[in-house]
Design a protein around this ligand. Structure first.
Ligand SMILES: Cc1cc2nc3c(=O)[nH]c(=O)nc-3n(C[C@H](O)[C@H](O)[C@H](O)COP(=O)(O)OP(=O)(O)OC[C@H]3O[C@@H](n4cnc5c(N)ncnc54)[C@H](O)[C@@H]3O)c2cc1C
Ligand code: FES
Length: 497
């Protein structure tokens, strides 16, 4: 299935060359999403020598597969931040995020990045979510946001149960076009950007990263990889979820400009997007725990909910991406135990958090004071504030390890594996994750994740082996797609004769 997002499908390619040879630099940034390219630009502007290595194409991680909404609250609400951290911290979060949307506007405006100001609408479609809206209204009011309550929504949006919270002065953009634009600014300022340059070996201490075609030695290393590569204590704290998105040419009634979030069993995040005379309706469904949900069923459920609410229509783009949530509701940004920088735990709010992280790291490297540094520091560990999330997360990891090692999900014979099918099988005395490609080729790899040894699960939408523990994903041939794993799953060439 083609899983190109509407953003990546409608933006032009960035086209930076692969790393070739050995390079020495001041700062190495690993990862070219919004965090990495913004940081590359800020550092190059500060006169730093900087190299950025991106495994695939710039924006090809979560950034170019997001919803492209920019808001001062959080997708899980500002009120949980008030509850955990107090109202002053919640005010700081909203103020920081508001200023960062202004910053993004300033960067995006001269280029065609689809930036537009709009309101965010938040409401319940089932009685059990009604209280959240009132709590969020109070938290936003305390944080100095421009918020009001309205009655009703415009068809075809589902009708609310209770009032509709309207947060004005928010924004939307085309995230892939924005990343391409910032990358151009970074390159013009002197940053060296390389696509198709996956870091496959990393010496944290020596600050040397190797790709298949070269290496970079740097004084400072920044993991702008969504979750840091290798082993980090924060990985045990962060739940990983995958979400599915679709875009359809808008044929029926128009919900109008804005961010629309409605909570309930059929709750969605909805917006529109105009491209070359075509208006698209974009909908993103609810979160699914990585590796322990049926990917195809989740995507089909999203399509059928959208058809029920907005009428039938042809789906033009289908995609998926994952998010990592900080256990106490805030990201982790700053130096890790090895002295490298990380920026992670953005939940589904990372277009703004990623930009804040880039500013924070650029300030720290320049010796400037940054107001977010204390709140978001990477080495904080707050078991009280994040206790439940940590417990839930570790329970999933442990359950996955125990369940997978004690039982075999599918005991199928390799000979009966049809084209397009996958299975965990016993062959030649070992357990193997197998997949038969459309051209008949059989792939067999070790099902043991190279990060910390959990067992991988099949993702039928994206044809990948996904690890439920900390978010690593692998192609059928075992090579890494994303996540903290650096090494590929061991490939096994079976003798079927
Ligand atoms: C469905 C969905 C919708 C979302 N919608 C919104 C939204 O509307 N608003 C919002 O603010 N946030 C949203 N988010 C969250 C947001 O998309 C992310 O938090 C943000 O894009 C993270 O940016 P990043 O640059 O840190 O990571 P990414 O964009 O994931 O970039 C990381 C990059 O690192 C590269 N990389 C990884 N490993 C290596 C390696 N070994 N070597 C080299 N490169 C490597 C990857 O290829 C990738 O390109 C959404 C998330 C999801 C899942
Ligand atoms: S991602 Fe950590 S064990 Fe697989």
């Amino acid at each position: 299935m083609d899983t190109t997002s509407v953003w990546r499908g409608t933006a032009s390619a960035s086209g930076f060359a692969m790393l070739n040879g050995d390079v020495e630099t001041d700062v190495l940034i690993v990862g070219g999403g919004i965090t990495g390219v913004t940081l590359a630009w800020l550092l190059a502007r500060d006169g730093r020598k900087v190299a950025l290595l991106e495994a695939g194409e710039l924006g090809g991680g979560s950034t170019g597969n997001s919803t492209g909404n920019l808001y001062e609250t959080l997708s899980h609400g500002l009120y949980p931040i008030t509850g955990r951290w107090g109202s002053e911290a919640a005010r700081q979060v909203a103020t920081l995020r508001r200023a960062t949307i202004d910053f993004i506007e300033g960067v995006a405006q001269p280029a065609d990045c689809g930036f537009r100001r709009c309101a965010l609408h938040l409401y319940a479609i089932s009685p059990k979510h009604r209280d959240e809206i009132a709590l969020e209204y109070a938290a936003l009011g305390h944080a100095g946001a421009n918020v009001r309550m309205d009655i009703g929504t415009r068809p075809p949006l589902p009708q609310p149960v209770g009032d509709v919270l309207v947060l004005t002065g928010q924004a939307q953009f085309q995230p892939q076009a924005y990343v391409n634009h910032v990358a151009t600014l970074a390159a013009k300022a002197g940053a060296q950007l390389h696509e198709h340059s996956r870091v496959i070996e990393l010496d944290h201490k020596a600050r040397v990263a190797a790709t298949a075609t070269g290496s970079v030695k740097a004084r400072e290393v920044v993991f702008a990889t969504h979750t840091p590569l290798g082993f980090h204590v924060v990985q045990a704290e962060m739940p990983v979820h995958r979400e599915y998105g679709i875009a359809r040419p808008l044929t029926g009634a128009d919900p109008g400009p804005g961010v629309f979030w409605y909570r309930g069993d059929d709750g969605l995040s909805v917006r529109t997007f105009d491209q070359a005379g075509q208006r698209y309706l974009i909908a993103v469904g609810q979160e699914n725990k990585l590796g322990v949900h049926n990917a195809k069923a989740s995507l089909m459920a999203l399509e059928s909910t959208v058809a029920k609410q907005f009428g039938p229509g042809e789906v033009a783009f289908r995609w998926s991406a994952q998010n990592y949530r900080g256990a106490d509701g805030l990201p982790y940004v700053g130096r890790d135990a090895s002295g490298c920088f990380m920026a992670t735990g953005f939940s589904t709010d990372g277009l703004v958090w990623g930009t804040i992280s880039a500013q924070l790291i650029a300030d720290e490297l320049a010796g400037r004071k940054n107001e977010a540094a204390e709140l978001l520091k990477a080495d904080r560990f707050s078991p009280v504030k994040g206790a439940k999330a940590i417990l839930d997360e570790n329970l999933t990891a442990v359950k996955s390890l125990v369940k997978d090692y004690l039982t075999h999900r599918q005991q199928e014979k390799l000979s009966s594996l049809a084209v397009g099918d996958s299975a965990i099988v016993e062959a030649e005395g070992e357990s193997l994750a197998t997949y038969r490609a459309p051209d008949g080729e059989l792939f067999a790899v070790s099902p043991v994740c190279t990060h910390m040894g959990c067992k991988v699960h099949w993702n039928s939408v994206e044809t990948s082996w996904d690890c439920p523990c900390h978010g690593s994903r692998f192609r059928p041939d075992g090579t890494v797609i994303e996540g903290p794993a650096i090494a590929a799953l061991g490939r096994k060439h079976l003798n079927l004769g």
